[in-house]
Design a protein around this ligand. Structure first.
Ligand code: FAD
Length: 580
């Protein structure tokens, strides 16, 4: 263990010609004890709050509680954001959809949180224009009316007012579109994010505020004193070691696994949740040319809408929303889901895309509360996107439901509840706590570009690093240069080899899967999930974590096995034979 710590921290010697940006980051990072130290810390002394689950909700709770003076531990059984929080549509919604359902409260809440997140994490929450083509005068009038009301309601919280587009402007924004825009369309602006990195940014901030965070650490038992839950037994899934963590409060932010965690308490068998599955496909941008995101009809009898979002050289399309009866541990894309999305794209774009054209895919589960799903399918799929907080048994607080967009409010609601019970009068301050970037995007980009230029590195690389790392971008780049790892990991994707090392040393990346699926999004954006970059990443990680050849191979096999399982109907072998 000591050797591992020395290796992980060993790369932290300041270096680079200017030293400044890197030194600052090193100064900050050495304060962040690594995963192994975090585990020691939480077993040595009881904590106030033990958060189970390192998705966006658990991350938000850890940050909120830490800022209110609580001693916090967060444990995640797999990797940070490895549950639903890396499988979302990656949108920070302003709530325009909820207007259709007349849920004004949800519109306000979503818009308010979107604005906050744009301010707190400007590098990760960026405006994204959506084109909504219209095919009849009636739908044009209805949509216009809705957007006027939406703009009026949001006022200063709006990213930008909607815009009417003629047929030529729609064509210009979505050159590939062949159908559905006889009457032009509308442009409204929402926001996009990288869900896994947003979760990481919140976790990093919580760690800076003193929270002890351990990924690959599973709660396997709840500790009890009489009727009260007073902690948990956790298993380090990397070493197999088990230890007890005592806590005054245990908060389960375990999404679709919430029933299982609650079931660890005797007599709590009946489930609250009924998950709903949503899948996305990644396509090549050249196959579906678009400059803006676009919302099109599914072309199926359900008359739902499907969106396509440009993502560098790729485009992703989503999503489905169907009850999921199987195990919550096994997520894979099934043939009807892939068929549904491909049909929607082909119907609108006049293409003949098939499975062989799919670059990547992901599948996620929404934790819907029992009873709400029926209401959701009867009226609108989005009725059930609110969150719920329960305390049962005493000492175990469960929060589930909600959205990526509103995670901060969910966390505030949970910690308000703990604080009220404790008589803690400190108020929530997370709406003012920056998440990895200060100031405007222009300022942050300017700083990243200035450092990149001193190294002779292009503005595009600086911009890509800023989008992922915010104010740490100059430090990341300096580290990549110092280690001779500033080349791209996978051709045509914006990730640098040195980001792999950075992920281990600074971002709790411990498995190849952590790094290629969530610190970077290589697994989603490359037909063979990274190709030769997979071995390169394993080699870099191996030098930091001390992997021998057998362990490197095991990591590669495990990673590919997981990608293959999730892609399901789009097997890697088939993808590898795609035309280049
Ligand atoms: P999760 O991210 O699932 O986190 C729960 C964590 O608990 C998991 O990482 C799991 O490993 C861990 N865990 C479970 N059991 C244990 C244990 N015993 N010990 C330790 N850890 C444990 N919202 C938006 O705002 N915008 C969108 O565009 C959007 N799109 C979506 C699209 C789809 C298809 C889906 C399914 C959801 C979407 N959402 C979106 C909703 C959003 O993604 C979720 O609300 C959010 O990610 C849930 O986060 P969570 O932290 O509650 O759950």
């Amino acid at each position: 263990m000591l050797l591992l710590r020395a290796r992980i921290l060993g790369g932290l010697t300041p270096g680079g010609p200017t030293g400044t940006a890197y030194d600052r980051a090193v100064g900050g990072t050495t304060l962040l004890l690594d995963r192994e130290d975090a585990l020691d810390r939480v077993t040595d002394a009881p904590v106030d709050v033990l958060v189970i689950g390192g998705g966006i909700t658990g991350a938000g709770i850890a940050l909120d509680a830490a800022t209110r003076g609580y001693h916090v531990a967060l444990v995640e059984r797999a990797d940070l954001a490895s549950g639903t929080s890396s499988k979302s549509s990656k949108l920070i919604h302003g709530g325009v959809r909820y207007l259709e359902q007349g849920d004004v409260g949800l519109v306000y809440e979503a818009a308010r949180e979107r604005e906050r997140l744009r301010r707190l994490a400007p590098h990760l929450v960026r405006p994204l224009g959506f084109v909504v083509p219209v095919n009849s005068a009636r739908s044009s009038v209805l949509l216009r009316l809705g957007l006027i009301i939406y703009d009026g309601m949001l006022g200063l919280r709006n990213v930008r007012r909607h815009q009417r587009l003629g047929p030529a402007a729609v064509q210009d924004a979505v050159p590939g579109l062949r159908r559905g825009a006889d009457h032009g369309g509308y442009l409204y602006v929402d926001c996009r994010t990288d869900d896994a990195r947003l979760t990481l940014a919140v976790v990093q901030r919580a760690r800076r505020m003193g929270a002890a965070v351990a990924n690959h650490t599973e709660v396997v038992e709840l500790l009890r004193s009489g009727d009260r839950v007073v902690g948990a037994t956790v298993r380090d899934r990397l070493s197999g070691a088990e230890r007890d963590v005592r806590a005054r409060w245990v908060v389960s932010a375990t999404g679709v696994w919430a029933d299982r965690v609650r079931g660890l308490a005797p007599g709590r068998g009946a489930g609250w949740l009924t998950p709903s599955k949503g899948v996305h496909l990644v396509l090549r941008g050249v196959d579906v040319p678009l400059r803006r995101a676009v919302i099109v009809d599914s072309g199926a009898r359900d008359r739902r809408r499907v969106f396509l979002v440009p993502w560098g050289e790729q485009v992703y399309v989503g999503t489905t929303d169907e009850p999921h009866g199987g195990s919550v541990d096994e997520m894979r894309l099934d043939p009807p889901e892939a068929g549904y999305l491909l049909h929607a794209v082909n119907a609108s774009f006049g293409t003949t895309l098939a499975l062989r054209d799919v670059v990547g895919a992901w599948a996620g589960l929404r934790p819907l509360l029992r009873g709400q799903q029926e209401a959701a399918s009867a009226a609108s799929k989005d009725l059930s996107r609110r969150h719920a907080i329960f305390e049962d048994p005493v000492g175990l607080v469960t929060v589930t439901g909600g959205k990526l967009t509103t995670y901060r409010q969910m966390a505030q609601d949970v910690v308000d509840r703990l604080a009220a019970a404790d008589g803690n009068r400190r108020r929530c301050v997370t709406s003012r706590i920056a998440l990895g970037a200060r100031g405007t995007v222009a300022d942050g980009l300017g700083r990243a570009r200035a450092v990149a230029r001193t190294w002779g590195v292009g503005d595009d690389v600086a911009a890509a690093l800023y989008a992922r790392h915010g104010d740490a971008a100059p430090a990341v780049l300096s580290a990549c240069i110092r280690d001779g790892e500033a080349e791209t990991l996978v051709p045509d994707l914006p990730y640098l080899v040195g980001e792999v090392r950075w992920a281990v040393q600074h971002e709790l990346g411990r498995t190849l899967d952590d790094v290629l699926q969530r610190r970077t999004r290589v697994s989603l954006r490359h037909a063979s999930a990274g190709g030769a970059g997979i071995d390169r990443a394993a080699a870099v990680m191996g030098t930091v974590l001390g992997w021998d050849d057998a362990e490197r191979q095991r990591q590669v096999d495990d990673y590919l096995g997981r990608v293959r399982a999730e892609r399901g109907v789009v097997p890697l072998r088939q993808i590898e034979t795609l035309r280049s």
